[in-house]
Design a protein around this ligand. Sequence first.
Ligand code: DX5
Ligand code: ZN
Length: 229
Amino acid sequence: MSDTHQFQANNVAPSILAADFTRLGAQVAEVMDAGARVIHVDVMDGHFVPPITFGPNIVAALADQVHSAGGVLDVHLMIERPERHVEDFVKAGADGITVHVEATQHLHYTLDVIRQGGASAGAAICPATAVSVLADVAAAGVLDLALCMSVNPGWGNQSLIPHSFAKLQVLRAAMPAGIAVEVDGGVNEQSARTVAESGANLLVAGSAVFGAADPAAAFAAVTVAAWPT
Ligand code: DX5
Ligand code: ZN
């Protein structure tokens, strides 16, 4: 059984979008050896966002490695009609599945299906989407994780939109205790402290970790910047 408590804890989640795919397993091992316990997987369909990345096969390829090291797979679906694909990602070994509220007309249903599959249910909002969209599903008790995009989804290595800090504060205040608040996009050593102080407990970092010469050291640097000991 995977430790889905990792989503609620303070964690930097390296995004494999920025990893060297020719040595994906080795890159994941590097950051997990450095303490990473949440591995973020960005799935893009060429419709909801222009790029196409990968599907459940990559989740399945990493599942045993990540689980046996005590970690969880945090799958971020940037795809239309995500409800059609939840089952495949659960079967592949996803521990958390986050869907975009803009990509489905059936958010409550989709979150419920994710939960029934045994995974943590997440909902993401783009920069132009109001926090209030998440309040109803949170109150209905079907939400485990709220993801605030701090860039427009689709690409790594963008600059964080500064309004995200204020938005995170509103989001954290709107979410009942026990719901994880995740931020995704432009998180690095410079922005980590402010997003954490603004209410995010789960910080996705792609290029800041895998774009660095030493991903293990970069993971540690972003983590200590967010939560100085
Ligand atoms: C963007 C993705 C992000 C991306 C973040 O659409 O959802 O997870 O990997 O990349 P960085 O950390 O480089 O902004
Ligand atoms: Zn993401």
